[in-house]
Design a protein around this ligand. Sequence first.
Ligand code: KG4
Ligand code: ZN
Length: 338
Amino acid sequence: MKVLGIETSCDDTAAAIYDSDGGLEAHLLASQVERHRPYGGVVPELAARDHVRALMPLVEQVMTDARAERAAIDGVAYTAGPGLAGALLVGASLGRSLAWALDVPAAGVHHMEGHLLAPMLENDPPRFPFVALLVSGGHTLLVDVRAIGQYSLLGTTLDDAVGEAFDKTAKLLGLTYPGGPAIAAAAQGGEPGRFRFPRPMTNRPGLDFSFSGLKTFTRNSIPTGALDEQTVADIALAFQDAAVDTLMIKCARAMAAAGRQRLVVAGGVGANSELRRRLRGLGDERDFRVYYPRPEFCTDNAAMIAYAGWARLRGGQSDDLAFSVRPRWPLTELSPVE
Ligand code: KG4
Ligand code: ZN
């Protein structure tokens, strides 16, 4: 079964072809980063307009790259939520219309289920059950995953998502958007020990997170007057250490609480090499295996949407012609796949 996947939930326009026999056959992404950079964050209306311009040529190109004739497509998957309403509508309306024109079923995919299943595209994918740490610009979730669609929420953030904390901290430090990669790069030149940030909510039991305090801590750490490059690097390092440590402590707890042997880490912050290195070390120490998508499939992409859509279509699920998008959509509302 060959599925065309479409992703437009935020500021990346992406298309991919996943084939259940051939695997991932092609994937393309048009980033809007430069468009939003002057504003220091994503401007929803500009994102939607850019998706309108970029999406159809990208779909045509990905089909050419995969050498897929229109008639070979067996299903279309598009991100139906969560995300920016206007941006989601572009992908959903094009995806649903294409499916109608090609006379194939369509699947509206949950963006975070896409992230969660992204490691399935790698060699040696994780087996179920596992615990997933999903860390993106809008979400920080610890989920017990028994099978596709069988999710129990173990913990989530009470305020900012961890990616959001990276982005806001970067902005305070005068670094460019998106903040995650900018903080990671700046931290490389940082002196350890000059600043020490708290590890929020780790002193009490529980698996929930709170990241908004780290942003305040950054603000209070910035000296009055000019901010020199070394201080930016030192603060970036202290912030990244605190964020990574906090995620590590909660992952260790979640693995013990759920009694699982496998941890999946996905979402944009999962591209952070310090987080990847340290979680792998934790796994070695505590005897569990850690699975990641390649960094490129940690951040938004359509490969994961094509795969998740294929899993749902294979299970007999598809969407009506009267499609809808869900800017807010709890992962735990998804139905199991038979
Ligand atoms: O999954 P994603 O691409 O989009 C959403 O669904 O939100 O995640 C984007 C988030 C942003 O907050 C970005 O700053 C963060 O992931 N991010 C990183 C890194 N690369 C992206 N955070 C830390 N380190 C990175 N290397
Ligand atoms: Zn995402």
